[in-house]
Design a binder for this molecule. Structure first.
Ligand SMILES: C[S@@+](CC[C@H](N)C(=O)[O-])C[C@H]1O[C@@H](n2cnc3c(N)ncnc32)[C@H](O)[C@@H]1O
Length: 291
């Protein structure tokens, strides 16, 4: 089955980035190319879209879908945006877009080991060539470290109870699969309501495996050094930890006179977006202009 990803805030991203003419736009999280496709429609023949992703499979699928010589796809981390652009002989961009987190393709493909329904090995790597995976975090991290990431990245107040159960289980044998871990968590804290009790733990593990918070801080800093004066930054985040980093970054740089905040409050999905794309429900969009 081919799993697709519906891009969020397509119209709003275009309104912020105002893609046009010969402009150079960086889609720092190109994924399955939903936003890049729209950018390509707006720019002229001399314009370019540089699509970055650390997921080889996403790049392959986007390359096959959007056969367009104005789209340059690059494998890498967005924290390396400068060197990735320099490798193409480009120093400046008119706009940079970050659509953070994971794509539906990654989440729903059970082989990728992101989902608690998966009987595959605990994985969660966006970049499958990275040696460090969720298996290492679950089986090798000391209990204190595990509690810290569950609290910090999952805002999981039951972290100590969950980690005690993980520690007891891995003493007998290593925890291999996603469904095995989900079962241990359910056994420790029980199940109430529709949300699986492993949801927050899985979010925390994914953030840790992919060093998402560190990447975001470095990626935002790096975007400043490639944005032209008057160039636009546009960031879509999906949980409060990310949004806080983005909000503080824009506020601090606005105080320094480096960025102009485009709106005080983040944009949230409207009813139409929520209806057509329910997974957009936690999305927030913030924009800024390079001064
Ligand atoms: C929400 S999806 C983007 C979806 C995309 N806008 C679309 O329309 O298909 C996020 C993508 O960012 C990639 N990603 C996340 N963190 C990254 C990082 N630090 N460097 C490069 N790519 C990253 C993921 O692999 C994933 O493909």
């Amino acid at each position: 089955m081919i799993i697709t990803h519906l891009p969020v805030f397509v119209r709003e991203v275009n309104e912020i980035l105002v893609p046009a003419g010969e402009g150079i736009y960086v889609d720092a999280t190109v994924g399955l190319g939903g936003h890049s496709e729209e950018l390509l429609k707006m720019i002229g023949q001399g314009g370019r879209v540089l699509g970055i992703d650390r997921d080889e499979e996403a790049l392959k699928r986007t390359g096959e879908k959007l056969k367009d010589s104005r789209l340059i796809l690059m494998k890498g981390n967005f924290s390396d945006i400068n060197s990735l652009l320099h490798s193409q002989g480009i120093n400046e961009a008119d706009g940079v877009l970050f659509d953070l987190g994971v794509s539906m393709m990654q989440l729903r493909d059970l082989k990728r080991g992101f989902s608690f329904n998966s009987d595959e090995r605990l994985d969660m790597r966006m970049d499958s060539s990275q040696p460090f995976s969720a298996w290492d975090v679950v089986n090798e991290y000391p209990e204190k470290g595990l509690i810290r990431i569950l609290k910090e990245y999952g805002e999981e107040y039951l972290a100590p109870r969950i980690v005690r159960a993980i520690a007891a289980s891995r003493q007998k044998k290593s925890i291999e699969t996603c469904s095995e871990l989900a079962g241990i968590i359910e056994g420790a804290v029980g199940r109430r309501g529709r949300i699986h009790p492993a949801t927050k733990t899985f979010q925390a593990l994914r953030i840790e495996v992919n060093k998402e918070m560190e990447e975001l801080k470095k990626g935002l800093e790096a975007s400043l050094s490639v944005l032209k004066k008057g160039g636009r930054l546009c960031v879509i985040s999906y949980h409060s930890l990310e949004d806080r980093i983005v909000k503080n970054f824009i506020r601090d740089n606005a105080r320094e006179g480096i960025l102009k905040q485009l709106s005080k409050k983040p944009l949230v999905p409207g009813l139409e977006e929520l209806r057509t794309n329910p997974s957009s429900r936690s999305a927030k969009l913030r924009g800024a202009e390079r001064l």
